[in-house]
Design a protein around this ligand. Sequence first.
Ligand SMILES: *[C@@H]1O[C@H](CO)[C@@H](O)[C@H](O)[C@H]1NC(C)=O
Ligand SMILES: *[C@@H]1O[C@H](CO)[C@@H](O)[C@H](O)[C@H]1NC(C)=O
Length: 561
Amino acid sequence: MFLCTAIYGTSFISLVLAATISVDSSQSGNEGSKGIDGNTATFWHTRYTPTVAALPHSAIIDLGVSTAINGFAYRPRQDGNSNGNIGQYQISLSPNNITWSTVATGTFSDDASLKTVSFTSTSTRYIRIVALTEAGNRGQWSSASELSVTPTNGGTGKGSWSSIINLPLTPAAAFVMPNGKILTFSSFAKDTFGGPHGYTLTAIYNPADSTVSQLNVSNTGHDMFCPGMSFDPNGRAIITGGDDAAKTSIYDYATNTWSSGSNMKISRGSWSGGNGGKNGEIYNSASNSWTLLGGCPVLPMLTADVGGIFRQDNHAWLFGWKNGYVFQGGPSKAMNWYGTTGGGSQIGAGLRASDPDSMDGNAVIVVLPNGKVMITGGQTFAVPFSDNTAILIPELWDPATLASIVLPAHAVARTYHSFALLMLDGRVFTGGGGLCGGCSTNHPNAEIYSPSYLFNADGTTATRPVISSISASSVGVGNTISITTSSAVTSFSIVRFGSATHTVNTDQRRISLSPINTVGTTYTFSIPDDSGVALPGFWMFFASNSAGVPSVAKAFQITVS
Ligand SMILES: *[C@@H]1O[C@H](CO)[C@@H](O)[C@H](O)[C@H]1NC(C)=O
Ligand SMILES: *[C@@H]1O[C@H](CO)[C@@H](O)[C@H](O)[C@H]1NC(C)=O
């Protein structure tokens, strides 16, 4: 889950060109043009006086020229009145305003939030929405504050979203594995959680062929809902605690198998592991053993949560650092250094400036190969299991300028129990939200964002440089590694594979590299000589050309030495 500031105002995907609109009916003062004027305070409304024009109603937008689009957005009237909210709808496309093909049908919920519909990218000039019902059955009206479309490609200069990828479960946690596949899971159930059940439903998305495989993991006796997650040095996913609060499960991508690790010394998962006393312990994945660290007390990282100790210790934001230290950056306003050598140690690292306790905050950074940070999902105000005030418009923050831009909207709200992760191919995978039983905010699906660096200025797909070879699949810290590319490249970075659940990604980090030697298109680099910086495990090697277009990354391993 992510929480952003309230950027969710009037800005939205503006119509690509000077669009025009025709409607079947309008009330004077609420003409069709009010539905594409970019002003959310005005709206189109069908005629209601002196006589009511009956449903169905329709609006046709003319983009002026044929344009590839893959989404439609409807923002209901924003004046506090619901009359005319569109319920059942049909979206159709036409090259000529004569022959139409329907690309989406469905029913919008009866509220004022932005509604988005995605479909397969199609070149079209005309888009028609037919309103078949009024969402609250209040009358024969239709109304719209704004109607707009999503251009498919980077024609906006801001990248684009894929269509929806359906998953067999609501993913609340995910790892991008070293083979590029994305491991997701929910709990014992596909759409809810609660209590130790001894098994977990998982789904793996394979970007190579867009397939999804499912597995009910029961051999580890572990309901992995709400766990701790981390990659070990060999790229194995280590999942600790959660609803079966003492358990450790290990997924090895190389063999596609699950196995049990040793139980933790302390059960972890306030929901089911007992309250309080969750002091530190450390896992040695080589010996499969846990060791208590008496010098790593949980007390300094507790929040002042009104729920008490039951949730004062939720999901620490932990990041490995030099000399065996772990930096804890939240969610408490206090930050701490925890030492993991000997019996452990703890020292305060001050407060996170004026930021309060932030259990609903964001320690999940999707950092892109170029160092820009994408922030996606969340709400203007965090409310579990609600999509009210959901933010559908991501931001891209540039650390060089400290400025953010807004990106095209995704289709589905990604609030509590959602995540986003950088993929091996430089795109961003975001999914989930919900896992609340019979509620209306379960999102058993995902979407993939293609950043603007994958497009040319005219919106066509950019040609990517290719890393044709890498000198070693594994390199020790402080040692050198070379890559050879198919064409000249100018910037390089390595990004560690990420894992995300409940606002936390302890794994991902990015290091910018400069070649120490270049021969033709073979570039040699020195990996930082510190395993606290170049954390052992699997990393993505990206090379970008002078236009900023990155290669698909090569996966490689960094070892302690
Ligand atoms: C589409 O065609 C209809 C029927 O001819 C016409 O009334 C309407 O104005 C056209 N819409 C647009 C946006 O060109
Ligand atoms: C998953 O496996 C467990 C243990 O074998 C079984 O009890 C449960 O019904 C299975 N759940 C599903 C959804 O297949």
